[in-house]
Design a binder for this molecule. Structure first.
Ligand SMILES: [Zn+2]
Ligand SMILES: [Zn+2]
Length: 109
């Protein structure tokens, strides 16, 4: 995932805008958009979006059937598919597998 280094023309004067990777992408170049002019607007928009997506995700707890053990548990997040115990167990298993793989491949880097 590398969204840095993207570039697009300013909507007003077509000067190429390079996205610095910080904050919301801008539609206008620094000449057309005075510093801070839209920042508050963007921030407010962003806040709202984050709040909404958080609210949509966090409507729990609600009952979910664990994918691993089939038991019903109370999930707080909408994308939860395993109960905390199975999730921890899976994480441990993945960790072990990764360590074993690392060892068999030898150290790199
Ligand atoms: Zn411009
Ligand atoms: Zn489970």
């Amino acid at each position: 995932m590398s969204g840095c280094g993207s570039e697009w023309p300013c909507e007003a004067c077509a000067t190429p805008i390079v996205y610095s990777g910080r904050g919301a992408p801008r539609k206008f170049c620094s000449q057309c958009m005075p510093p801070g002019a839209r920042a508050a607007e963007w921030r407010a928009l962003d806040c709202e979006r984050v709040r909404l997506s958080n609210a949509a995700r966090r409507r729990g707890p609600f009952p979910v059937v664990c994918q691993d053990c089939g038991e019903v548990f109370e999930a707080v997040r909408r994308d939860s598919t395993r109960d905390p115990a199975c999730q921890a167990e899976r994480r441990r298993a993945r960790d072990r597998a990764r360590k074993a793989r690392d060892r068999s491949l030898g150290r790199r880097g």
